[in-house]
Write a protein that binds this ligand. Structure first.
Ligand code: SAM
Ligand code: DTB
Ligand code: SF4
Length: 345
């Protein structure tokens, strides 16, 4: 549905849950074709952005997210660590850059950062930027002043996931609300940092929750620049250790729907790739995913080895996306059997 925005006087798409559900429920071949068509309008379909994660402060988190290995309330066997030294972070970032990552994402198991940690955090942002990489952080909730401090330090992205639909949220996390998450996203956006926000599939949610999560993201005052779609990595000792696995086709449908609803964002095929076949990942890329985490560890759990990803990229003819790479203006051709559908090369 098109609405006019009173602030900018421009028309923008505001999605209803029913419209989004119609997209999600289409026959799979129609959904994939639509998603790939939208994808080609805005991106080179053979380029995938590569981000590298580092846990700069692991475990001991006061929040009760029922999927997470790092919550102090679950017994996942993880030992908590203090905030990492800046020089160690920079050494790791340099290694990631040399292995092809263009964005460095630093994550801390905090409810929100403390004032005393800010100088160290700022030094990490400045140091990673000096290596020529894009910077991303995920540190929990931010107030307006903290967002401004990070923006002034030059932070490019802030990751803060809404995780699931508003109605399923309370079954997964009780120590902070869905509204708290949206408030941090608003503070981040107003400070000028680009928003990275998505969620997890496999938390016991239904199809409508998946669609509703995408509706919330797409209807933010500005859609996020990056949308990570994680597949739950079941962690022993957490309440979700025995959660039912996600149907791979439903996962692909969610990626495709995200691509169609947020055409210009980077849709990241995030946690859970070690449990995905090459074929499933290929379908996710065809559905419009164009970003991944590389390196054999995410924050605390496994990710595919570098060699496995290199083999996959070679098999699929995929290339890494460079920093600030933009799509050249596409040439529009029309398919013979259906003149309404543009094909872009
Ligand atoms: N503490 C910060 C926060 O929650 O905003 C940042 C770190 S937190 C680990 C980042 C995100 O990782 C979560 O929002 C969640 O979406 C994802 N995540 C955590 N554990 C996961 C798991 N076991 N499987 C899949 N995704 C997970
Ligand atoms: C996101 O959406 N996924 C990443 C990143 N943002 C910070 C984290 C995935 C964590 C997977 C579980 C772990 O490694 O502990
Ligand atoms: Fe803490 Fe983030 Fe894990 Fe929740 S997801 S327990 S906030 S580290």
């Amino acid at each position: 549905m098109l609405h006019s925005d009173p602030n900018t006087d421009q028309h923008r798409e505001i999605w209803t849950a029913a419209e989004a559900r119609r997209i999600f429920d289409q026959p799979l071949m129609d959904l994939l074709f639509q998603a790939q068509t939208v994808h080609r309008r805005h991106f080179d379909p053979n380029r995938v952005q590569m981000s590298r994660l580092l846990s700069i402060k692991t475990g001991g988190c006061p929040e009760d997210c029922s999927y997470c290995s790092q919550s102090a309330r679950h017994d996942s066997g993880l030992s908590a660590s203090k905030l990492m030294e800046v020089q160690r972070v920079l050494a790791e970032a340099r290694r990631a850059r040399d292995a092809g990552a263009t964005r460095y994402c630093m994550g801390a198991a905090w409810r929100s950062p403390k004032e005393r940690d800010m100088p160290q955090i700022i030094a990490m942002i400045e140091g990673v930027k000096a290596l020529g990489m894009e910077t991303c952080m995920t540190l929990g909730m931010l107030d307006p002043q903290q967002s401004r401090q990070l923006a002034e330090a030059g932070l490019d992205y802030y990751n803060h996931n809404i995780d699931t639909s508003e109605s399923h949220y309370g079954k997964v996390i009780t120590t902070r609300s869905f509204a708290d998450r949206l408030e941090t996203l608003e503070n981040v956006r107003k400070s000028g940092i680009k928003v990275c926000s998505g969620g997890i599939l496999g938390l016991g949610e239904g199809q409508q929750d998946r669609v509703d999560m995408l509706v919330t993201l797409a209807n933010l005052p500005e859609p996020p620049d990056s949308v990570p779609i994680n597949m739950l990595i079941p962690v022993e000792g957490t309440p979700l250790e025995d959660a039912a696995p996600v149907d791979p086709i439903d996962f692909v449908r969610t990626i495709a729907t995200a691509r169609i609803m947020m055409p210009k964002c980077h849709v990241r095929l995030s946690a859970g790739r070690t449990a995905m076949s090459d074929e499933m990942q290929a379908m996710c890329f065809f559905a419009g995913a164009n970003s991944i985490f590389v390196g054999d560890t995410l924050l605390t759990k496994d990710n595919p080895e570098e060699e496995a990803d290199m083999r996959l990229f070679a098999k699929l003819g995929l290339q890494p996306m460079q920093v600030h790479e933009h799509m050249p203006e596409p040439t529009v051709e029309r398919v013979q059997h259906d003149p309404a559908i543009p094909i872009l090369r």
